[in-house]
Write a protein that binds this ligand. Structure first.
Ligand SMILES: *Cc1c(COP(=O)(O)O)cnc(C)c1O
Length: 357
């Protein structure tokens, strides 16, 4: 299998090897040490400000988006949600479900958010901002420094869903002033799905510790308290947390977050340069490194996905909803190489020559 989706993605050999081991009991000093090392490396790679904390949630990242909304906002807030695709839509739904007053900045698929448009919402009593830094459905990367500046000027609590952008696009939590950063195990961390990490800057730690959240599993104050000793309130996905540990140390050994971001960027650049010879259109006005959404001009995107899977053993990522037939996505994250790009491009050329698009 050759997997160019945006998650789950291909894991390194060492991560796969850990996955084949027996899963140990976890209420032990050894597991606590591993968890605290995971926290240290996550905070380092996110460039989190001093006093930040990380919690490891056993749920997919949507669970962590929900936990963040529930623990950080109440019906007294007025939250601005950037909605440029299906992940933005998810934050909108979460605000609706949890009765968080909100307004939406709606963007067309692939459209970037300009400073001019953003500042129309300044000085209007907003208290928080929710953004998917890479809106993975369209591959748009929002300008996190611009958003952070806006949040500072307007005193907004700033939640960044970095699920697909963490370790793929440059991110400095201290500099952009984000209060919350969310990511997941199956994107650039290239481990199996099942664990999501929430980093809380000091202001978010305070907020969460004072929140009255109506949930047992999503009570982040409880998670923070347990994490002081490297533990979780309930049985976590122990096996995946051990794989995350291996992966984080592997990234550290290969030069840290900058090196990983550069690797993903090079993988994306090579693909984009070479795919432009085919009759496809780029979708994103402000492309993120992790994924390239493409519109085949004369073909059906879902058919291309199916043919690559069934006839070539190559997985790209179909889109959902109204983008299903028109857009497919090629991921650049996980254990992929430039040679892998060549294999995919040859298959795409083949399909083009056969008249599929
Ligand atoms: C993948 C992703 C998520 C989380 O999706 P899950 O299916 O819950 O893992 C959230 N936001 C973005 C931007 C993503 O790319």
């Amino acid at each position: 299998m050759l997997n160019f989706t945006v998650g789950p993605v291909m894991s390194s050999e060492s991560v796969c090897n850990v996955g084949s081991e027996q899963v140990p009991y976890f209420r032990t000093p050894e597991f606590s040490t591993l968890m605290l090392e995971n926290e240290r490396l996550m905070l380092e790679f996110a460039k989190a400000p001093k006093g930040s904390r990380a919690v490891f949630m056993t749920n997919s990242s949507t669970g962590s988006m929900e936990a963040s909304v529930m623990n950080c906002f109440t019906e007294k807030d007025k939250v601005l949600v950037i909605n440029g695709g299906s992940f933005g839509e998810r934050f909108v739904k979460l605000c609706e479900i949890h009765d968080i007053p909100h307004e939406i900045i709606s963007l067309k698929h692939g459209q970037k958010l300009t400073e001019e448009k953003l500042y129309e919402y300044g000085g209007k009593g907003f208290t928080g901002l929710l953004v998917n830094v890479d809106e993975t459905s369209t591959g748009v990367l929002y300008d996190v420094s611009m958003l952070g500046e806006f949040c500072k000027k307007n005193s907004l609590f700033f939640v960044t869903d970095c699920v697909s952008s963490f370790l793929a696009d440059p991110y400095n939590m201290s500099e952009c002033g984000a209060d919350v950063m969310i990511t997941g195990s199956q994107k650039v961390l290239a481990c199996p799905p099942g664990v999501s990490i929430i980093i809380l800057a000091p202001r978010a730690v305070d907020r969460v510790n004072n929140a009255k959240v109506k949930s047992m599993y999503f009570d982040l104050a409880d998670c923070l308290k347990n994490m002081e000793r490297g533990q979780t309130p309930f049985t976590p996905a122990v096996g995946i947390l051990r794989q995350i540990n291996t992966r984080l140390k592997e990234i550290e050994a290969l030069g840290g977050s900058e090196a990983e971001i550069a690797r993903v960027a090079a993988q994306a650049k090579d693909f984009r340069l070479r795919v432009s010879e085919l009759p496809v259109e780029f979708v994103s006005e402000s492309p993120a490194n992790g994924v390239t959404p493409l519109h085949p001009i004369n073909g059906n995107a879902y058919e291309i996905f199916t043919k690559l899977k069934d006839e070539y053993g190559i997985w790209i990522c179909p889109n959902g909803g109204d983008m299903k037939e028109t857009i497919f996505r090629v991921g650049h994250i996980g254990a992929l190489t430039i040679e892998d790009n060549t294999i995919l491009l040859n298959a795409l050329k083949d399909l083009h020559e056969k008249g599929v698009f």
